[in-house]
Design a binder for this molecule. Structure first.
Ligand SMILES: Cc1cc2nc3c(=O)[nH]c(=O)nc-3n(C[C@H](O)[C@H](O)[C@H](O)COP(=O)(O)OP(=O)(O)OC[C@H]3O[C@@H](n4cnc5c(N)ncnc54)[C@H](O)[C@@H]3O)c2cc1C
Length: 148
């Protein structure tokens, strides 16, 4: 971050970028753990340390370096594996009103839905990869219909 600041980039708990992952200095882009971008799914400037997100941001930043004007609008996703327990998480839920569990966490076969203001904002799954993909699709579609 010190290097970014010394280079004249706006830094606020990460290198601040716009929806094209471009910094305040035209032609300079940031992606991955270092970048804080406007997440269209929450409307907030967000920085997330997830592997797949870093990959997807790198792809969009690279396209934009080549002159494309691609908005970064992917839904954040990560996976993790702890011995034989697989966890998938899609979306973003720093706060929530309700957590709904469908299935059995004890049996390691469950979906956990985070709901805020009546809207699903994130889903964690254990042993249910397909349910996670379906949730990702639902979250993408929610954003395109303005949060409804
Ligand atoms: C222990 C651990 C476990 C994790 N587990 C998961 C997980 O289960 N699932 C998941 O989704 N994510 C996980 N993550 C997060 C994931 O690894 C990161 O989100 C991802 O690696 C970010 O990619 P990046 O390219 O933004 O940054 P990095 O992978 O950190 O790459 C940055 C690169 O820049 C180099 N660099 C830094 N400063 C300079 C400099 N001044 N000059 C030149 N090079 C420099 C670094 O050496 C590094 O190679 C984990 C991270 C850690 C540390």
């Amino acid at each position: 971050m010190a290097l970014a600041e010394r280079s004249g980039l706006t830094v606020d708990r990460g290198i601040v970028v716009n929806e094209f992952l471009e910094t305040n200095v035209p032609g300079i882009f940031a992606a991955g753990d270092a970048a804080r971008w406007p997440d269209p799914h929450t409307g907030e400037l967000t920085r997330i340390e997830h592997w797949v997100l870093a990959e997807r941001q790198g792809q969009v930043a690279a396209l934009n370096m080549l002159g494309r004007r691609e908005r970064f609008n992917a839904v954040p996703f990560f996976w993790s594996q702890h011995f034989d327990v697989t966890i998938r998480y899609v979306g973003r839920a720093e706060k929530w009103d309700v957590i709904e569990v469908v299935g059995s966490l004890d049996a390691r076969d469950a979906s956990v839905r985070f709901v805020r203001d009546g809207r699903m904002t994130a889903v964690a799954t254990v042993g249910r990869d397909r349910a996670c993909l379906e949730a990702e699709l639902a979250l993408e579609q929610t954003e395109s219909t303005g949060g409804r």
